[in-house]
Write a protein that binds this ligand. Structure first.
Ligand SMILES: Cc1cc2nc3c(=O)[nH]c(=O)nc-3n(C[C@H](O)[C@H](O)[C@H](O)COP(=O)(O)O)c2cc1C
Length: 211
């Protein structure tokens, strides 16, 4: 079977997509239509996974109570981070996420099942963490697919995995990977918000060691 041929114009578009994928913190509140979300999740499922185990597990946090509890956890963890880094801007920049948590119309907690039956253990004996990597790949695929539709994603990791696992009432063995906010962004940018805020800059190139 012959696969599709991706032409130079497509590659230019793809590079543009990578360049304009952003971690989004400011969202419009209008909801994402269900068919769009379903389409994005179907694309995320095309991600590679160790042993074809598809170990990603998603929890859609829809209730006001669930969202308020996650928000509270974020505030708690962010305050702890702030006090640990006296005089630093880190907590302030991290708190930019609050805007996302308050407004993003769609919020997902992403977990990895550490010992899925699917995949029959292939590839995991020496590197059990590959189930986590697989879930991250699904999340990154979702991130890019969303951006291709003009939808932004914001990754929140200033949370305590054990507490999120407990408050969302998922199996305690699942690994918490990320809490993500999804929605239409309030603005478009070709540089990271943290770069625009003066916190950090991208390196110039990938450094490769040779042996
Ligand atoms: C593993 C991971 C965890 C992250 N956690 C947070 C977070 O807790 N808070 C936050 O504001 N951004 C978080 N981010 C987003 C990064 O700050 C962002 O990707 C980076 O600044 C580059 O910006 P860009 O994604 O717009 O290119 C996270 C990103 C990754 C990949």
């Amino acid at each position: 079977m012959n696969g599709p041929v991706f032409d130079p114009a497509f590659r230019v578009q793809l590079a543009t997509l990578f360049g304009w994928r952003r971690d989004v913190r400011h969202f419009q509140t209008r909801p994402i239509p269900e068919p769009v979300l379903e389409r994005l999740l179907a694309i995320a499922r095309l991600a590679p996974s160790v042993g074809l185990s598809e170990p990603w597990r998603l929890v859609r946090v829809r209730s006001d109570t669930g969202r308020a509890q996650v928000r509270q956890e974020f505030v708690r963890c962010n305050e702890a981070a702030l006090s640990a880094r006296d005089g630093s801007d880190a907590g302030r920049y991290a708190a930019l996420k609050l805007a996302g948590l308050d407004r993003a119309p769609c919020q997902l907690a992403v977990f990895a099942e550490p010992d899925p039956a699917q995949g029959r253990g292939l590839g995991r004996r020496t590197m059990p963490e590959t189930t986590d990597y697989s879930a991250v790949l699904a999340l990154h695929t979702l991130w890019l697919a969303a951006r291709a539709e003009g939808i932004g994603l914001g990754w929140v990791s200033i949370l305590d995995p054990e507490r999120i696992t407990a408050l969302l009432d998922v199996p305690p063995a699942w690994h918490f990977i990320a809490y993500v906010c999804l929605g239409w962004p309030d603005g478009e940018h070709d540089t990271p918000e943290l770069e625009r805020a003066g916190w950090e800059r991208r390196g110039v190139a990938v450094e490769i060691l040779e042996r």
